[in-house]
Design a protein around this ligand. Structure first.
Ligand SMILES: C[S@@+](CC[C@H](N)C(=O)[O-])C[C@H]1O[C@@H](n2cnc3c(N)ncnc32)[C@H](O)[C@@H]1O
Length: 168
């Protein structure tokens, strides 16, 4: 099972709760200062339920988005019928060399199993002069309390998204 599949429904709730995480505060700066103007074709790797891809499309990008979790890809496609969403491993992308002029990895590189292979794949599918646009969680400010990055992120996700048993 892809590593995020078991947390897919929780991630859906997390990502679709407006204002819930830093995305809602960082996204304008990310799109304005890191992502280039819309060009030929933009790939998002690790799109989750699709909020970044939808925001890219809203800003004029022709987006293809991939994620390893079939459940999240399904939710992304349901939320954006005109979008192009695909189940794929970011470390083995099903695209030809030079297919994109921008690749966006928003909070996904710290979650993939093989980061070097993922970055190499992003480079392969970028045309010469293309741009890889990355945002990752800060290892201490955003994610600082556990043995390994994956366990840590899932721990935080479970802690914040799961209502406390004695909560309101
Ligand atoms: C923190 S979420 C970010 C989702 C989205 N970019 C956002 O910011 O809302 C990380 C995503 O990376 C995906 N992911 C993890 N490993 C992956 C891999 N090897 N290939 C593709 N996607 C992967 C997970 O399924 C998850 O949806």
């Amino acid at each position: 099972m892809p590593s995020w599949e078991w947390q897919a429904e929780r991630w859906l709730r997390w990502a679709r709760t407006p204002g819930h995480d830093a995305y809602w505060h960082y996204r304008e700066a990310f799109f304005a200062s890191i992502v280039p103007e819309p060009g030929r074709r933009t790939l998002e790797v690790g799109c989750g339920e699709g909020r970044v891809a939808r925001d890219l499309a809203h800003r004029g990008h022709r987006v293809v988005a991939v994620d390893a979790s079939p459940t999240l890809v399904g939710h992304a496609a349901d939320a954006d019928r005109d979008g192009d969403y695909l189940g794929a491993d970011a470390a083995a992308l099903p695209f030809r060399d030079g297919s994109f002029d921008a690749v966006v990895a928003y909070n996904s590189l710290m979650d993939v199993d093989d980061m070097p292979a993922t970055v190499a794949e992003a480079a392969r599918v970028l045309e010469p002069g293309g741009r890889l646009c990355v945002c990752v969680t800060h290892p201490m400010a955003d994610a600082g309390r556990s043995a390994g990055p994956h366990e840590l992120w899932c721990h935080i996700l479970a802690e914040v998204v799961t209502p406390a048993p004695d909560g309101p």
